[in-house]
Design a protein around this ligand. Structure first.
Ligand code: UTP
Length: 294
C-alpha cells in the first residue's frame, strides 16, 4: 500500500436542506464565503497538505461545481482583452489548481455511500476526505495535521473537536483514550468507539468528529458490509465502527478554528471572521462593524 496521501475525496452530493432556500438550485458547496465557494477553501487546504488528485462526488444540480474548476475560455479572453491581469491570474489559478475527477452519487444515500462511490478512483491507497461545509482556518492545514499522524501510525485518523454537551447530538462522537506522544502534545487519541448523533445523555465524550479524515482503503470494504443507520443513511461513522473491529483508528484534536458553513449561523460567523482577516477588506469591514449601533 502506498503510504503517501495523494488523493482527496470531496463528498458534495448532499441536499443541503439546512441552507434552504439558497440550496434549492445552488449547490451548498458553491455558496461563497467572502469571495470563494466553500469547496475551494477545502481544495486549497488539500493541495497545501500535499494532495495531488481531487475527486469530487457530485449529484443532480451540482454542475456549477464542475464549471468552477473547468477552464473558462470566454472569461479568460474577456479579462485578457481588458488587461485585467490580476483577475486573469486568479481565474487561471482555479482551473490549473489540480487534477479534478468527478463521480456521481445518483441518490443521497448518506456520507458513507458517497465515499464508497469514489472506491475505483481511489484504488488501494490511503486518502483524505474533506466535507466542504467545514471551513477550517489554521496555520498548518488541518488535513496536513492528520497526514502527519497517518505517517507515524499508518492508520485511519479523524479530526476531532471539543463540542458543548448541548450541541453534541448534531455530530458523530467518539469514545477515545489519550495517546502519549510528545509530537502531538495531548491532542492524540486512540478511538474505542464511534456513535452517530447520540442524545446528549448517551454521548460517550464531548469529542466530535469534524469533516476531515485520512482513511485507509479498507474503509471501502467496511462501508460495503454495513446496513443503513441513523436517518436511514449509510453512515461513514458506522463504517469506521466496523473498521475498529480489525484495526486501530486515531483521532487528533486539530489546531485551528472550524466554521460550520453548512449552517446559516456558522456561515455568518465564517463570513465575518474571514473577511476581518483579509488584508484587502478587513480594515474597512472592521470600521463598518464598529459603526453599527448594536
Ligand atoms: P450533511 O450531513 O451536511 O448533509 O453532509 P447535506 O445534505 O449536505 O446538508 P443538510 O444537513 O441537509 O443541510 C455532509 C457532507 O456529505 C455530503 C454532503 O454534500 C456534505 O458535503 N453528502 C451527504 C453526500 O455527498 N451524499 C450524501 O448522501 C449525504
Amino acid at each position: 500500500m502506498s503510504s503517501k496521501v495523494r488523493k482527496a475525496v470531496f463528498p458534495a452530493a448532499g441536499l443541503g436542506t439546512r441552507f434552504l432556500p439558497a440550496t434549492k438550485s445552488v449547490p451548498k458547496e458553491m455558496l461563497p464565503v467572502v469571495d470563494k465557494p466553500l469547496i475551494q477553501y477545502g481544495i486549497e487546504e488539500a493541495i497545501e497538505s500535499g494532495v495531488e488528485d481531487i475527486i469530487i462526488v457530485t449529484g443532480r444540480g451540482k454542475s456549477s461545481i464542475e464549471d468552477h474548476f473547468d477552464k473558462s475560455f470566454e472569461l479568460e479572453h474577456l479579462l485578457e482583452s481588458k488587461k485585467k491581469s490580476d483577475m486573469l491570474a486568479m481565474v487561471r489559478k482555479i482551473s490549473d489548481m489540480s487534477d479534478v475527477s468527478y463521480i456521481r452519487q445518483k441518490e443521497a444515500l448518506g456520507l458513507g455511500h458517497a465515499v464508497l462511490r469514489a472506491k475505483d478512483l481511489v484504488g488501494d491507497e490511503p486518502f483524505a476526505v474533506l466535507l466542504s461545509d467545514d471551513v477550517i482556518a489554521s496555520q498548518t492545514p488541518c488535513v496536513r495535521q492528520l497526514v502527519d499522524v497517518y505517517e507515524q501510525y499508518n492508520a485511519t485518523v479523524l479530526a476531532l473537536m471539543e463540542v458543548p454537551r448541548d450541541q453534541i447530538s448534531a455530530y458523530g462522537v467518539v469514545d477515545a483514550e489519550p495517546v502519549k506522544d510528545a509530537r502531538f502534545g495531548d491532542r492524540l487519541f486512540k478511538i474505542r468507539n464511534t456513535v452517530e448523533k447520540p442524545k446528549a445523555e448517551d454521548a460517550p465524550s464531548n469529542l466530535a468528529i469534524i469533516g476531515r479524515y485520512v482513511l485507509t482503503p479498507d474503509i471501502f470494504r467496511c462501508i460495503e458490509s454495513i446496513e443503513p443507520g441513523s436517518g436511514g443513511e449509510i453512515q461513514l461513522t458506522d463504517g469506521l465502527k466496523h473498521m475498529l473491529k480489525t484495526r486501530p483508528i486515531y483521532g487528533l484534536k486539530f489546531e485551528g478554528t472550524r466554521y460550520d458553513a453548512g449552517d446559516k449561523f456558522g456561515f455568518l460567523k465564517a463570513t465575518v471572521e474571514l473577511a476581518l482577516g483579509r488584508k484587502d477588506l478587513g480594515p474597512a469591514f472592521r470600521e463598518y462593524l464598529k459603526s453599527l449601533s448594536l
